[in-house]
Design a protein around this ligand. Structure first.
Ligand SMILES: Cc1ncc(COP(=O)(O)O)c(C=O)c1O
Length: 469
């Protein structure tokens, strides 16, 4: 007896109710508060009730409206972190992927899913000017970065059989936290992560990189990889990829480009990304700048053999019996993951639905919104920009008045951010640049219009007024 059975008719009814709820939610996004009225105690009360022994049936879905009410809406005025708003067409792809429940391990387990994922990887690689690259979709940029550094380590300092030894990884001081994490997980040792200084635009200084590499070489230390960032998390800076690529080649080091935030902007403004093709591996995050619902990351790489050397290790139970290049393909030979979700379906559906040109236009609009905000900040005497705007992250702060110390300015701006979020009209986040607390608005939101950007400065000034009391 199937104790979990749901008939097609019941499914249609449940799905219909859910879709109605979501359509209503989408309709309200434009006027929604940018942060829900909620608290930790309230969410604990609502969502931690004991699980019933007897099923509730369709009534179980009643709680969904509370889930929506206590979530951070992806409204047009959401500018936090680096996170796309989520394309509803792609969300339907996710629903289909879940109902089909394909396990995207190998072609024989999921013929359509594996083929669509490989086709999406080829599309991404080709659209970025790297048609020869292979790859796979991942849970995000962090896991793509981890796999890339596993390939780098195995290619320069094989460790899979005998265990890891320390090895230097070079990245700028602006590197994303996922790189130190990966360095630690791979046994290379975070003490061997060389953080190279940046220039006034927060880009890695190639001369300093060369010096660090030379110093380690002279000291006889193991060297593994350079990680360049195409769109730093803090400010969106793009490291000088061409120069870094030349340095990597001269030094014989693996070059990984972390493009989780910025790499996909190369679809719209390729001229900013000269040198991207020098990479041995490249991380991307379609769940950021291609508006895919979480999760949808991607790792591309030049050499499949390097990927297999690092990541292939199969049991007899997974042995693929086909010699055919399509039917014999297995993602687990090139990925950390064995069981894998059908992530490619949403991307494929949404690219087919909207067309590639619509995505390029959305990215260009985000870049324009960032310049618009930078201009508005520049026009407000109380505010100042804290970094050049290369892509779509805008870092700024309130000057906090004449004579304010850095510590006072930091406290004041942190209080402003809390107030802005509590006021609920716009949402952005924060970072620290050269010890200065920065308000940080990042535009990777296809729903944002110029009027939404115009709301930011008045909100900051109103919040500052409230903080001063
Ligand atoms: C430059 C950079 N690298 C890596 C990541 C990590 O990506 P994910 O959050 O998808 O793991 C981010 C996330 O913002 C990022 O901006």
């Amino acid at each position: 007896m199937d104790t979990l059975g749901v008939s097609p008719a019941q499914f249609r009814e449940l799905a219909g109710r859910t879709v109605d709820l979501l359509a209503h939610h989408l309709g309200e996004l434009e006027t929604a508060r940018s942060f829900p009225v909620t608290s930790g105690a309230e969410t604990e009360r609502l969502f931690c009730a004991p699980i019933p022994e007897e099923g509730m049936g369709a009534a179980a879905l009643d709680a969904l409206s509370e889930v929506l009410r206590h979530s951070c809406p992806r409204s047009p005025r959401f500018f936090g972190y680096v996170l796309g708003a989520g394309d509803p067409v792609a969300a339907l792809g996710d629903l289909v992927a879940s109902v089909l429940n394909q396990n995207v391990t190998a072609w024989r387990s999921s013929p359509a899913a594996v083929t669509i994922e490989r086709s999406m990887v080829r599309w991404l690689a080709g659209a970025l000017g790297e048609p020869g690259f292979s790859g796979s979709l991942t849970g995000g940029g962090s896991s793509a970065n981890l796999m890339a550094l596993a390939m780098a380590r195995e290619s320069r300092q094989p460790a899979n059989e005998s265990g890891a030894r320390p090895g230097a990884i070079y990245a700028s001081t602006q590197v994303h936290m996922s790189i130190p994490k990966a360095v630690a997980l791979l046994g290379l040792g975070r003490a061997h992560l060389r953080l190279i200084p940046v220039d006034a635009g927060f880009r890695m200084v190639p001369r300093a990189l060369e010096q660090a590499i030379e110093e380690d070489r002279r000291a006889g230390r193991n060297q593994v990889a350079i990680v360049a960032t195409a769109g730093t998390i803090n400010t969106g800076a793009i490291d000088p990829l061409e120069e870094i690529g030349a340095i990597a080649r001269r030094a014989g080091l693996w070059l990984h480009v972390d493009g989780a935030y910025g790499g996909l902007a190369a679809l719209a403004v390729p001229e900013k990304f000269a040198g991207l093709t020098a990479a041995d591996s490249l991380s991307l995050d379609p769940h950021k700048w291609l508006s895919q619902p979480l999760d949808c990351g991607c790792l591309l790489y030049r050499d499949r053999t390097a990927a297999q050397n690092a990541l292939a290790y199969s049991g007899d139970y997974t042995r693929v019996l086909s010699e055919d290049p399509v039917e014999g393909f297995a993602f687990f030979e090139e990925s950390i993951e064995l069981s894998r979700r059908f992530r490619a379906l949403k991307l494929w559906l949404s690219l087919r639905y909207h067309g590639a040109a619509a995505f390029r236009a959305a990215i260009r609009a985000d870049l324009t919104h960032a310049r618009q905000l930078a201009k508005l900040v520049g026009e407000a005497p109380e505010l100042e920009l804290l970094a050049p705007v290369e892509l779509s992250a805008v870092c700024f702060r309130h000057r906090a008045g004449p004579g304010a110390s850095e510590a006072e300015a930091n406290r004041f701006n942190a209080a402003i951010l809390k107030k802005v979020i509590a006021r609920g009209r716009v949402y952005f986040s924060n970072t620290t640049l050269d010890g200065r607390f920065a308000l940080r608005a990042c535009f990777v939101n296809h729903r944002t219009e110029a009027a939404d950007v115009e709301a930011i400065v008045p909100e900051v000034l109103a919040a500052a007024h409230e903080v001063r009391g």
